[in-house]
Ligand binder design. Structure first.
Ligand code: GDP
Ligand code: IMO
Ligand code: MG
Length: 419
C-alpha cells in the first residue's frame, strides 16, 4: 500500500499531525520535495516537535524514515533533527535513508535568499535558501550527496558553483565570498556525519513495495505553492502536488494506491500573493489567535480567511484526491456565522464557478452557515454539533470527495474517523 499525503491550500494544513497519526499503519514514511521551508508540527503527549526535514511519524519506534531525491537538504538542520529523534525515540541507524541524488543547500544559497528578501524584491520566502538550491540544481551546478564521495570531482564542482555564486552575492550587495577550501571542509564534515544514511531511495522503496511494505509519502507546502500550478510567482520552487511524490522518490505513478488531501476548515497563507477569502479584520485576527496561526518555521503571523471551495475544487482535481482530511475545525467553534466561498465574481461582474488564472482581482461569493458551540470533545461523527456536520457535509457535496478524518485539536487523539 502506497499513500500520498498533500496539502490542498497554501501549506500548514496540519500535515505533520495527520502524517504522524496515519504513520501507525505504515512501515516507511518519506519526504519527497521541499526543504527546511517546511515546518511540520507533531504533538506527542505534552511535547511539541517541529520537523523541517525528517518525515513526521519517525518518532514512532521501528518506523523507517526516508528523504527522496526531490528534497533539498540543509544538513545542519538535518543533523539537529537526527540528534533530537535519537534522544527522544530510538537510534536511526538502519531506519533512516536519504537519496544520494538529493541536492545540498549551501550557506550562500541562504545568503542569496535573505539578500533578495531584505532588498524588498522578494516574495516573502522563508529565507531558507530553497529557491537558490533548486536554481543551481536546474542549472546543473548543484552539489548532491553522492558527490561527497568523489573528492577530486567535488572540488571541481565547488569551483564551478562558486564562480557563479560568489559573483551573485556581490551583485546582491554582499561583500563576503566563500572559498573552495571552506566549502570542501564543510562538506567533508557533513559526509562524516551523514554518509551512513546515504542510499538509493528509488531502489529501496520499489524493493520494499515488492516485500509488501506500506509506504506513506509526506508532502510539504501546499498545492497553491506548487511551482507549476500555484499562484506564481508567489510560490515555492518544488512540485508540491501529488505528482511530485513520484518524481521526488522514484516510485512510478502506477505504484500509488491512495491520495489523501488535507485542508483546514478555513484558509491561511504566509508570505505575499493573492488570497481571495482573506479576512483583514477582527475576525481574521480572532482566527489567527484561536488557531495559533504563526509560522512553524519563521514565526510570521499567517494571513487568515474563510474556506475557499473554488480553490479547493481545483486542488482536488490537480491532486486526484481519494480522501479528504479537514483539520482545525475546533478553531471555528463559537462563531455565530461561518462562511465558505463557492463562486467568484470577476472584474466584469460575471460570476464563475471555476478558478481563473489570475486570482488578483476576484471577489468571493459566499455561502453562509450557522455556527456551532464546540467540536473539541467530539470523537465520533455523532458527537459533532449538527451545524458542524452540515458544514462538513456541504464541503463533501461541493467537492464530490469523501471526508475520511476530521481533526478537532492538536493532540493525536483529537480526531474523528468521519467516513
Ligand atoms: P503543516 O506544515 O501542514 O504540518 O502544519 P503546521 O504544523 O505548520 O501548522 C499546523 C498547526 O496547527 C500546528 O501548530 C498543529 O499543532 C496545529 N493543529 C493541527 N491540527 C489541529 C487541529 O485540528 N486543531 C487545532 N486547534 N490545531 C491543530
Ligand atoms: P509547510 O510544509 C506555508 C511559502 C513562503 C513563501 C513561499 C516561498 O510547513 O506547509 P520558500 O522559502 O519556499 O522559497 O518560500 O512559500 N512557504 C510555506 N508556507 N507552509 C510551508 O511549508 C511553506 N514553505 C514555503 O511563506 O510564501
Ligand atoms: Mg507548516
Amino acid at each position: 500500500m502506497v499513500t500520498v499525503v498533500v496539502g490542498l491550500q497554501w501549506g500548514d494544513e496540519g500535515k505533520g499531525k495527520i502524517v504522524d497519526y496515519l504513520a501507525e499503519k505504515y512501515d516507511i514514511i518519506v519526504r519527497f520535495q521541499g526543504g527546511t521551508n517546511a515546518g511540520h508540527t507533531v504533538l506527542v503527549g505534552n511535547e511539541e516537535f517541529i520537523f523541517h526535514l525528517v518525515p513526521s511519524g519517525i518518532l514512532r519506534e521501528n518506523k523507517i524514515g526516508a528523504i527522496g531525491a526531490g528534497v533539498v537538504l540543509d544538513i545542519d538542520t538535518l543533523l539537529k533533527e537526527i540528534k533530537l529523534i535519537e534522544e527522544k525515540s530510538s537510534s536511526l541507524e538502519n531506519r533512516f535513508i536519504i537519496d544520494g541524488r538529493t541536492h545540498i543547500t549551501l550557506p550562500f544559497h541562504k545568503d542569496e535568499d535573505a539578500l533578495q528578501e531584505t532588498s524588498g524584491k522578494g516574495i516573502g520566502t522563508t529565507k531558507r535558501g530553497i529557491g537558490p538550491t533548486y536554481r543551481d540544481k536546474y542549472w546543473r551546478i548543484g552539489i548532491r550527496l553522492f558527490d561527497l564521495f568523489d573528492e577530486e570531482k567535488l572540488r571541481e564542482s565547488i569551483e564551478k558553483s562558486l564562480t557563479f555564486n560568489n559573483y551573485l552575492l556581490q551583485i546582491l550587495g554582499e561583500n563576503k565570498t566563500y572559498s573552495v577550501d571552506e566549502i570542501f571542509k564543510m562538506l567533508m564534515n557533513w559526509r562524516d556525519e551523514i554518509g551512513k544514511f546515504v542510499g538509493d531511495i528509488a531502489l529501496f522503496l520499489n524493493d520494499e513495495i515488492n516485500a509488501g511494505k506500506n509506504i506513506l509519502l509526506e508532502g510539504a507546502q501546499g498545492t497553491f505553492l506548487d511551482i507549476n500550478f500555484g499562484t506564481y510567482p508567489y510560490v515555492t520552487s518544488s512540485h508540491t502536488i501529488s505528482g511530485g511524490a513520484t518524481i521526488g522518490t522514484g516510485l512510478p505513478p502506477s505504484a500509488i494506491d491512495e491520495i489523501i488531501g488535507i485542508s483546514k476548515a478555513y484558509t491561511t497563507r504566509v508570505g505575499k500573493g493573492p488570497f481571495p477569502t482573506e479576512l483583514e479584520n477582527q475576525l481574521g485576527d480572532h482566527i489567527r489567535e484561536r488557531g495559533g496561526e504563526y509560522g512553524a518555521t519563521t514565526g510570521r503571523p499567517r494571513r487568515c480567511g474563510w474556506l475557499d471551495l473554488v480553490l479547493l475544487k481545483y486542488s482536488v482535481m490537480l491532486n486526484g484526491i481519494d480522501n479528504l482530511v479537514i483539520t482545525k475545525l475546533d478553531v471555528l467553534d463559537g462563531l455565530d456565522e461561518v462562511k465558505v466561498a463557492t463562486q467568484y465574481e470577476l472584474m466584469d461582474g460575471s460570476i464563475v464557478d471555476h478558478l481563473p488564472y489570475n486570482l488578483d482581482m476576484v471577489k468571493p461569493v459566499y455561502t453562509s452557515f450557522e455556527g456551532w458551540r464546540s467540536t473539541k470533545s467530539a470523537r465520533s461523527i455523532e458527537e459533532l454539533p449538527a451545524n458542524a456536520r452540515k458544514y462538513l457535509d456541504f464541503i463533501e457535496e461541493y467537492l464530490e470527495v469523501n471526508i475520511s478524518l476530521v481533526s478537532v485539536g492538536k493532540e493525536r487523539n483529537e480526531i474523528i474517523e468521519y467516513h
